[in-house]
Design a protein around this ligand. Structure first.
Ligand SMILES: Nc1ncnc2c1ncn2[C@@H]1O[C@H](COP(=O)(O)OP(=O)(O)OP(=O)(O)O)[C@@H](O)[C@H]1O
Length: 249
C-alpha cells in the first residue's frame, strides 16, 4: 500500500493553472522526487497535497483521504513538511525550535523526545554546538538543518521537503543530501521537491518531472538521471558548469 497517493491534483490561482491533473505516489520506505524548472508547479503541488492551497483531486495518506487538515493536524498524523521558507522561530533558541517539532507528541504524553533530540544532534553536530544560539542568527544552511531536525522531532512517517537546497552553498547542499540519504536508509519515506535535479535523482528511488504544471516523465531515479531528455533539459547546463569549474581548478 502506498503511504501517499495523489490522484488528478489540480491547483489554480485565479486564472493561472499551476498544476494540472498530477498523479503520484510514495510507497513504504521510498524516496521520491518531483523535479522541474522554475515555475513548473513543484511547490504548488506540495502545497496542494498538504492543503495549504485549494486544489481539486484526491490525496490519500496511509489509506485516509485528506481534506484540508491543518499542517499541525497532518504533523500529528506523521505527515511532516519542511517548508521552503523554513518557518523557524527566529527569536527562539535552536534547541527550543527542535523541541517545538515534538510538541504534539509531548501533548500526547509520548516518551522518547529527549532521545530523539540526541539523535538529531548526532545527525547534525552543528546544531548541538549551537543549541543555545537564536535560530534567526544561524546561517542559511544551518537554518535548513534546523528545519529538517525540527521535522524529525515529529517522528515523520512521511517527510515532505520543499526545495531544501535553495540558496545554499554546494558543500551545505551535499551535507543536506547526505542526511536525507541517512533517513532514506532508515526507511523514512520522503517526497522531495527540488530544482537541483542531479542531487535529487541520485537520492531518489523514483522521480517525476513536471513542466508547466504537467507531468511529462516519471521513472526510476537512476534511469531519469541518464535519460537523454532529462540530461539535456535539467542536467546539461549544470554538467557544463561543472566541467568549466573543474577545468578552472
Ligand atoms: N500564490 C500564487 N498566486 C498566483 N500564482 C501563483 C502563486 N503561487 C504560485 N503561482 C504561480 O504558479 C506557477 C507555479 O509556481 P510554483 O511556485 O508552484 O512553481 P515551482 O515549480 O515550485 O517553481 P520554483 O522552483 O521557481 O519555486 C507559477 O507560474 C507561479 O507564478
Amino acid at each position: 500500500m502506498s503511504i501517499l497517493e495523489v490522484n488528478h491534483l489540480t491547483v489554480r490561482y485565479g486564472a493561472v493553472e499551476a498544476v494540472r491533473n498530477l498523479s503520484l505516489h510514495v510507497d513504504k520506505g521510498e524516496a521520491v522526487t518531483l523535479i522541474g524548472p522554475n515555475g513548473a508547479g513543484k511547490s504548488s503541488s506540495l502545497k496542494g497535497i498538504i492543503g495549504l492551497v485549494r486544489s481539486s483531486g484526491t490525496v490519500r495518506y496511509q489509506g485516509h483521504t485528506l481534506a484540508q487538515q491543518s499542517p499541525e493536524a497532518l504533523a500529528a498524523m506523521g505527515m511532516v513538511l519542511v517548508p521552503e521558507k523554513r518557518e523557524l522561530f527566529a527569536s527562539m533558541e535552536v534547541e527550543d525550535n527542535l523541541l517545538l517539532g515534538a510538541f504534539s507528541r509531548y501533548q500526547r504524553g509520548e516518551k522518547g523526545i529527549r532521545e530523539d533530540l540526541e539523535r538529531v544532534y548526532s545527525l547534525f553536530p552543528r546544531l548541538k554546538e549551537r543549541r543555545k544560539q537564536l535560530a534567526g542568527t544561524m546561517s542559511g544552511g544551518e537554518q535548513q538543518m534546523l528545519a529538517i531536525g525540527r521535522a524529525l522531532m515529529a517522528r515523520p512517517k512521511l517527510l515532505l521537503l520543499d526545495e531544501p537546497s535553495l540558496g545554499l552553498a554546494p558543500l551545505i547542499v551535499q551535507e543536506i543530501f547526505r542526511i536525507l540519504g541517512e533517513l532514506k536508509k532508515e526507511g523514512v519515506p520522503i517526497l522531495l521537491v527540488e530544482q537541483n535535479a542531479r542531487m535529487a535523482l541520485k537520492l531518489a528511488d523514483r522521480g517525476y518531472v513536471l513542466e508547466a504544471g504537467e507531468l511529462v516523465m516519471e521513472g526510476r531515479g537512476q534511469d531519469l538521471l541518464h535519460d537523454q531528455r532529462v540530461v539535456e533539459s535539467y542536467l546539461g547546463i549544470r554538467a557544463t558548469e561543472e566541467a568549466t569549474s573543474n577545468a578552472e581548478r
